[in-house]
Design a protein around this ligand. Structure first.
Ligand SMILES: CCCCCCCCCCCCCCCC(=O)SCCNC(=O)CCNC(=O)[C@H](O)C(C)(C)COP(=O)(O)OP(=O)(O)OC[C@H]1O[C@@H](n2cnc3c(N)ncnc32)[C@H](O)[C@@H]1OP(=O)(O)O
Length: 293
């Protein structure tokens, strides 16, 4: 299965136009974090490296197909003295599958404050888990390059369970000392399991689930090949959509990133997993309740 270096290796096929993939994947549709990471890398490749990504805001418009290439079209919305802004549209077979606006900053001097990191066991005190909490399913092969340690005791799928889960996560191989690579890696991981936090207060039920939009703020320097605590909560689920929020802390307690996402989470009507006409299903089976005690 493709690792991050392969995922982020984009061919420049024209002016401000980059191509990713195809990649080997066990999924019928492309993982949203992957598309977002590749689009952010495309934007970064049109900029001087003194500008560092500080936020992105994107919409997932159609399911992507991992076994086909994706073109990322970059528009230079503004080049300022301190900030530069890019819009990227990811296209497969002539159709937009994702659009994102990303902003980059040279950095300035200013005030400093942050919230405290939640008190949780250290990653070395938690065993590695092969299941995805919230989804209750084995970790997908594409995520085997990642180490994930769920904070024990945050068991869901019982009415009234908190819509909250926390996981220590890091990429399992060293990454280059390149801030753009780490920003894209964090973009990838920021979509991992986040929507699962919205399933925890509810009984196991098959749903149609997918990331609809994604906002991410990079707040302080970080490395994704070192442990990060991903604190995920879902403040609301209604009308077949769930709102989720995430905060990422390093082991020193520094708040390095913040995430907000709305996801589709509607009760699934039985239908084939892959339609005869080639449409990709968004259906996710009822989770098996994981044993993380
Ligand atoms: C790659 C990830 C794999 C994950 C495997 C697990 C991994 C282990 C967990 C990890 C967790 C992952 C978390 C993923 C997080 C992302 O990465 S998801 C990937 C990124 N996001 C996406 O791909 C979403 C892309 N966007 C879209 O697909 C479209 O915008 C949307 C959301 C479907 C909306 O489009 P729309 O045209 O308004 O859709 P709509 O007409 O409502 O419905 C589409 C179809 O579903 C049917 N439908 C409507 N309601 C229902 C229903 N309740 N039940 C069944 N069918 C329905 C409709 O009839 C329609 O059928 P067709 O007419 O096409 O045959």
């Amino acid at each position: 299965m493709a690792g991050l270096p392969e995922i982020l290796a984009l061919d420049e096929i024209g002016p401000d136009l980059f191509r990713s993939g195809p990649i080997t994947s066990e999924w019928a549709r492309t993982f949203g974090g992957q598309i977002a990471a590749q689009s952010l890398m495309s934007a970064a490749r049109t900029l001087d490296r003194s500008y560092v990504a500080h936020s992105l805001h994107g919409y997932f418009l159609r399911p992507g197909r991992p076994h086909e290439p994706t073109d990322h079209l970059v528009e230079r919305l503004r080049d300022g003295g301190s900030f530069c802004t890019r819009r990227v549209t990811a296209v497969q077979a002539g159709e937009a599958i994702f659009t994102v606006t990303a902003s980059f900053h040279r950095g300035d001097e200013g005030f400093s404050h942050q919230v405290d990191m939640p008190v949780v066991p250290a990653p070395d005190d938690i065993p590695e888990s092969d299941r995805i909490n919230g989804w209750g399913m084995p970790r997908p092969a594409e995520w085997r390059h990642w180490e994930m340690r769920w904070v024990p005791g945050e068991i869901g799928h019982v009415p009234g369970a908190p819509a909250r889960q926390r996981v220590w996560i890091r990429y399992g191989h060293p990454l280059p000392d390149d801030g753009a690579v780490h920003a894209c890696a964090l973009t990838y991981l920021s979509d991992m399991a986040l929507l699962g936090s919205a399933r925890l207060p509810h009984p196991p039920t098959a749903v149609q689930g997918a990331s609809l939009d994604h906002s991410l703020w990079f707040l302080r320097p970080f490395r994704v090949d070192e442990w990060l605590l991903y604190d995920q909560v879902s403040p609301s689920a209604e009308h077949g959509r769930a709102l989720t929020r995430g905060r990422l802390f390093d082991t020193g307690g520094r708040l390095v990133a913040a995430v907000a996402q709305e996801g589709l989470m509607r009760f699934d009507r039985p239908r084939p997993t892959e339609d005869g006409d080639g449409k990709v299903s968004l259906s996710l089976p009822a989770p098996a309740v994981p044993d993380l005690r």
